[in-house]
Ligand binder design. Structure first.
Ligand SMILES: [Zn+2]
Length: 399
């Protein structure tokens, strides 16, 4: 088994006595960032270097160094802590590379202002836990340590905390902390299949079941099936909120300014988030119970997806499937499973038990009937076909 890791970002709310100092720090950071951005765009000879060499080249151009030589383009600020300067320079390099990667010559549509959040490298922070952090900040006159309180969930025990950044959001100041976590198993899909690991195939629906899943072992034997329910409840809650939005919109009429319905929209957003997390967690548990290694989700043609999504409505269970997939992918990855997409064409038109066509008139019904008289849930049938398709598709490569 190979080891791997994934990086996720944890957001914590930050409170401190002098938010103004964080703003000063941010402003300085962005000015230094812009300085290095412009410097790199001017020096074509550095464009193809890797990030480390680029940084070294820019430092040579802007800093006197140990030998006190006069640099070509001196950095116009004095006594900037090296780790602060370097973080800002790296942000500037990233911005310049992104500008150049869009194929523009360096002077067309160049940024006038950059606004990357301040990244605090090591030595720019200390006493860091999920409850507090002490940051080195620019007060406008001097550099000073400032203790900040943090509010959020505790960090996972084995996670490595990477350089945090301070982000000014609409109402709050947040600390974004990238977490690096080891994942137990990152072997490729092919290898997993070769080792005969279990597969879970999923089908998403617009009914009470958000999704239905089934697990096959390497020989195609079914180990379990499950419906992940709550779709009707979700649809009901969404409808109630949409009604409230409609009523308040009507009441406000033409005088409406800004987003008076913001609280309902936020409620809707949280509701969707809640269900997407819940369903993806349930799917993950089911997969863990059945020692699944590969999760297959259906892939459709873009046009089909668009049509189905429009047909199923904005706030229905099927619409949420996009987010469920997204959460599932990341949760599965952390648990050592891989989510892959398998083309869904054909999975709805044959019987998973005998392979015979499904009778035309039952194709759209919840219960299907096949030519040999088998019948059952249409979505479960599709999930079974998808799992088998995945098994055969990857089985072929390994012999
Ligand atoms: Zn059949």
């Amino acid at each position: 088994m190979s080891q791997g890791y994934c990086i996720t970002t944890r957001r914590l709310r930050l409170r401190c006595r002098h938010p103004q100092w964080l703003l000063e720090t941010q402003e300085l950071f962005n000015r230094i960032e812009l300085f290095y951005y412009n410097l790199l765009l001017k020096h074509e000879e550095l464009w193809d270097e890797n990030s480390q060499e680029t940084l070294r080249g820019l430092e040579f151009l802007s800093l006197p160094g140990r030998e006190k030589r006069i640099p070509q383009t001196p950095l116009p600020w004095e006594d900037v802590p090296p780790y602060f300067r370097r973080a800002a320079a790296n942000a500037g390099i990233a911005a310049a590379k992104s500008h150049l990667s869009r194929g523009k010559s360096s002077y067309i549509n160049k940024a006038e202002k950059l606004n990357t959040p301040t990244v605090f490298y090591k030595r720019m922070y200390r006493d860091f836990s999920a409850e507090e952090i002490t940051l080195k900040v620019w007060t406008g006159n001097q550099w000073q340590w400032m203790r900040c309180r943090l509010y959020g969930k505790p960090f996972p025990e084995d996670a490595e905390l990477m350089s945090p950044s301070v982000v000014f959001e609409q109402d709050f100041i947040m600390l974004h902390v990238p977490l690096k976590e080891a994942t137990p198993d990152t072997s490729s899909v092919k290898l997993r299949m070769k080792e005969g690991r279990n597969i879970c195939g999923l089908q998403f629906t617009n009914g009470d079941a958000f999704a239905v899943g089934c697990v096959f072992d390497k020989d195609g034997k079914e180990l379990g099936t499950r419906f992940f329910r709550g779709g009707d409840e979700y649809r009901h809650h969404c409808r109630r909120l949409m009604e409230k939005i409609a009523v308040s919109q009507e009441a406000l009429g033409a005088t409406m300014e800004g987003h008076p319905n913001q609280k309902y929209w936020m409620h809707l957003k949280h509701l969707s988030d809640h269900y997407a997390h819940q369903v993806s967690r349930e799917i993950l548990c089911f997969c863990q119970e059945n020692e699944v290694s590969v999760i297959a989700v259906p892939k459709y043609h873009e046009e089909f997806t668009r049509r189905v999504m429009i047909g199923s409505g904005n706030w229905g269970p099927l619409h949420l499937s996009t987010r469920i997939r997204e959460y599932l992918r990341y949760k599965a990855w952390k648990a050592g499973m891989i989510v892959i997409e398998v083309h869904a064409n054909g999975t709805g038109s044959v019987c998973a038990l005998c392979g015979k066509p499904i009778l035309e008139e039952s194709k759209k019904a919840r219960e299907y009937v096949c030519e040999s008289g088998h019948h059952g849930n249409r979505y479960l049938n599709a999930a079974r076909n998808l799992t088998e398709k995945c098994r055969l598709q990857f089985g072929k490569h390994v012999g």
